[in-house]
Design a protein around this ligand. Structure first.
Ligand code: NAD
Ligand code: IPM
Ligand code: MN
Length: 354
């Protein structure tokens, strides 16, 4: 059981340290090796996804990632940006299925900015396509062109999906729904974008193979609104790379904080990269206050999906539940009457609860 550990930038190393402690405490004999991805890799090697990291990631059974990026790398050419490293590893490993479960722990009902009755009992799964869409479409760029009678800078990206890309992520969503409440809501913008008309058509073609699952469709702008208005109407939401990026950050706030939302990015054989849905949080990096629970819960997803260790996954998730019930809170989920702790103390609490 080989795990490639990529702490990354900003709060990445801080939250990763806690997840690694939790994995070690399970005593399951994981082999963990660290490598560079993101800004730290650019600084050390000039590239965000160096060869050594590629080798390690390809040889490992799973990859655990903190977060990448930060303002100090924002002025770099696009190929050298930390985010390119992340997109590169997702694409290279064929991690097309991104699962982002937004679950509200009852103890955090008041941490959400929404009314407790709106979010109480929330349990939705966002299935985001991760290796296609406008994120990877060619051509792309910024060029000087003659447009509207003048020579000016012109920025362009290309949104596209093949039917096979849509079908394989659709299947992931239908299969996931079968293990849950048997409802899939496919989110698109078919009233404007051809790519997403194809998306809707392919979802409809798949539906007869899953007669036990109810398929509905929703336009993305309405979906964004419905997520805030009545999020419990959803079970599984499936959508493209770009819409999924945005909707999953939105859904994270239903759970109290983006610091609570884990994710799994899987290939066709359940090899996976596991990372919190949030970023490197430059505003709080180095302060020891970041919430490590999304990363710890991502490690739990790794136990479940890549290593088939359901019991160990539940043990970690149970420990997270317990520390929340005990009142431990990092700043992002703090409310009066609970115990405010830093990143490491939260890790300590999870270890004790294990
Ligand atoms: P962000 O998610 O890093 O931060 C948004 C806000 O949420 C900040 O106020 C931050 O302090 C807070 N936050 C995030 N994670 C937290 C945690 N664990 N505990 C407490 N608070 C937390 O988003 P951003 O500021 O838009 O992006 C910062 C950098 O991260 C950018 O360079 C971006 O490209 C990168 N990014 C990386 C990933 C990734 O590696 N998967 C994801 C998103 C953004
Ligand atoms: C995420 C992040 C990434 C994305 C960025 C950092 C490339 O926002 O994992 O949600 O857009 O996929
Ligand atoms: Mn994002």
């Amino acid at each position: 059981m080989k795990i490639c550990v990529l702490p990354g930038d900003g709060i990445g190393p801080e939250i990763m340290a806690e997840a690694v402690r939790v994995l070690n405490a399970l005593g399951l004999g994981f082999e963990m090796e660290e490598a560079l991805l993101g800004g730290c890799a650019v600084d050390a090697t000039g590239t965000p996804y160096p060869e050594a990291t590629q080798k390690l990631a390809q040889a490992a059974d799973a990859v655990l990632l903190g977060a990448v990026g930060g303002p100090q790398w924002d002025a770099l050419p696009r190929e050298q940006r930390p985010e390119r490293g992340l997109l590169g590893i997702r694409k290279q490993l064929g991690l097309f299925a991104n699962l982002r479960p937004a679950i509200l722990y009852p103890e955090l009902a008041n941490a959400s900015t929404l009314k407790p009755e709106v979010v109480a009992g929330l349990d939705i799964l966002i299935v985001r396509e991760l290796t296609g869409d406008i994120y990877f479409g060619q051509p792309r760029g910024i060029e000087v062109r003659d447009v509207d009678g003048k020579s000016q800078r012109f920025g362009f990206n290309t949104m596209h999906y093949t039917e096979s890309e849509v079908r394989r992520i659709g299947r992931v969503a239908f299969e996931a729904a079968r293990k849950r409440n048997r409802k899939v809501c496919s989110v698109d913008k078919m009233n404007v974008l051809e790519t997403t008309q194809l998306w809707r058509d392919v979802m409809n073609e798949l539906a007869p193979e899953y007669p036990d699952v109810e398929l509905t469709h929703m336009l993305v702008d309405n979906a964004a609104m419905q997520l805030v208005k009545a999020p419990k109407q959803f079970d599984v939401m499936v959508t493209g790379n770009m819409f999924g990026d945005i909707l999953s950050d939105e859904a994270s706030m239903l759970t109290g904080s983006i610091g609570m939302l884990p994710s799994a990015s899987l290939d066709a054989n359940n090899k996976g990269l596991y990372e919190p849905s949030h970023g490197s949080a430059p505003d709080i990096a180095g302060k020891g206050v970041a919430n490590p629970l999304a990363t710890i819960l991502s490690a739990a997803m790794m136990l479940r999906y890549t290593f088939n260790l359901e019991e160990a996954a539940q043990r970690v998730e149970g420990a997270v539940k317990k520390v929340l019930a005990q009142g431990f809170r990092t700043g992002d989920i703090y409310e009066p009457g609970t115990k405010k702790v830093g990143t490491k103390e939260m890790g300590d609490a999870v270890l004790a609860a294990l």
